[in-house]
Design a protein around this ligand. Structure first.
Ligand code: HEM
Length: 406
């Protein structure tokens, strides 16, 4: 079976059965070679927690500078050395320090009331749905910019278009997102528009710096000089994308599962498990299913020999359901502890936005659990067709509000 499945096929993820494939691969062939196909080169896939953790964090053996997503395989990464996610230590660490400072817990506190207001607005359609069917995937899509919009200081009127462009760059295989001219044209258009958008804003911030993250990037010093404008724009793009496409996946995947198995109330009736429940939601959803590294030199992974230059795809989604680490991994346990999930990655590239992501999700789930007594499915959900993004396109449900309202 393992030789027949193309684990990079976006169609596999639209069906929702990917975890069956991950479990089978982890058991039978945990370091799996996928043969070349068309112009896509061959690549290794690791699905065990220990191997995924090692590949993500061992930057001596694996580089991030040759592309970190499957859709870049076989092509040079134009962001190499210019963008945090595509730069190796020690350069990476010097570039990351000011960004990390601008996103640490104290800095995030400054933006929290704006984020809270945006989260509150996201939930308004749920309050108004009163007994009728509502598409929660559409509701949570508005969460895209709730965290990063205030942080980057981009005007609220631009949020919907930015969310659309971010989807074009991260879920380019999905027919609802893809332009008529195909995948390459979709990616190109998304990149071009976002880069042009940020280039304009950066020029503005250079003239009038403010307290937002874009101003930090535009005015920071890197290796004794200002960060080049191209690099500022590439990092702004990465911060937007890192937040916009991932956050909506977490409540959508969690509530889809809880509604389907009738377990929503188990969490909603335990308000003290908000923090552990959010970690479980992150593990369960794992919005970015994979990240790629390339071997710098011959290296042994599990019982296989990886040659210098070969790509290794670390499947975070599989690692987060590894029964060697998580008991009953396919069950959502709101009180799960410990919960050392890899949804934010591992090592030096560990998500720099993890504080704001956690705070935003706690605000969202905190309000949702307090206001919604139960969630019931009202039709089959549909998922984004993407090997990277674990997103939902439609999630029809009926919610029952607390205090008796339907
Ligand atoms: C639930 C939400 C999120 C998830 C699941 C997530 C996941 C991840 C993962 C797995 C990585 C590591 C990639 C690698 O190792 O190659 C990462 C890195 C990154 N994330 Fe996030 N992320 C989230 C939210 C955010 C937010 C809100 C921001 C921005 C405010 C952000 C910005 C970034 C950036 C810039 C990097 C690169 C960091 C580096 O290379 O040093 N992410 N994220």
């Amino acid at each position: 079976m393992t030789t027949l499945v193309d684990i990079a096929d976006p169609g596999l993820y639209a069906s929702g059965d990917a975890h069956r494939v991950f479990h089978a691969l982890r058991d039978a062939d945990p370091v799996h070679w996928q043969a070349p196909s068309g112009d896509r080169p061959g690549f290794w896939s690791v699905t065990r927690y220990a191997d995924v953790n090692r590949v993500l964090s061992d930057h001596e053996a694996f580089t991030s500078e040759r592309g970190t997503l499957l859709n870049l395989l076989g092509r040079p990464d134009p962001a190499a050395g210019r963008q945090l996610a595509a730069t190796d230590p020690p350069r990476h660490d010097r570039m990351r320090a000011p960004v990390q400072q601008a996103l640490n817990a104290r800095a995030v506190d400054l933006h929290l009331s704006a984020v809270d207001a945006a989260v509150d607005a996201v939930l308004e359609p749920v309050r108004r749905s009163a007994g009728s069917v509502i598409d929660l995937a559409g509701v949570f899509r508005l969460l895209s910019l709730a965290a990063v919009g205030p942080l980057l200081g981009v005007p609220e009127s631009d949020w919907p278009r930015l969310a659309e462009l971010a989807a074009m760059c991260a879920a380019e295989d999905d027919p609802d997102v893809q332009l008529p001219d195909g995948v390459a044209a979709t990616l190109q258009r998304g990149h071009r528009e976002l880069f042009a958008y940020f280039a304009d804003l950066v020029r503005d911030r250079l003239r009038r710096p403010g307290a937002d993250l874009l101003s930090v990037l535009a005015t920071m010093r890197f290796e004794g000089a200002p960060l080049p404008v191209g690099s500022v724009v590439a990092n702004a793009y990465s911060l937007l994308l890192g937040a916009a496409v991932t956050l909506p996946c977490v409540p959508a995947a969690t509530l889809s599962h809880l509604a389907e198995v009738g377990a929503y109330r188990e969490w909603a009736e335990r308000p003290r498990s908000l923090d552990t429940g959010v970690e479980e939601a992150l593990r369960f959803a794992t919005p970015g299913r994979h990240f790629v590294r390339h071997a710098r030199h011959p290296v042994r992974v599990g019982n296989r020999d990886v040659e210098a230059g070969q790509p290794v795809v670390a499947w975070l989604a599989a690692a987060n359901r590894d029964p060697a680490v998580f008991e009953a991994p396919d069950r959502f346990r709101p009180g799960r502890r410990p919960n050392r999930h890899l949804a934010f990655g591992s090592g030096r590239h560990y998500c720099v936005g993890s504080h704001i992501a956690r705070r935003t999700l706690r605000l969202l789930f905190g309000r949702f659990l307090a206001e919604v007594a139960d969630v019931e499915p009202a039709g089959p959900p549909s998922r984004v067709r993407s090997a990277f993004l674990a997103g939902f396109k439609h999630l029809p449900v009926v919610v029952r509000l607390r205090g008796g309202a339907a």
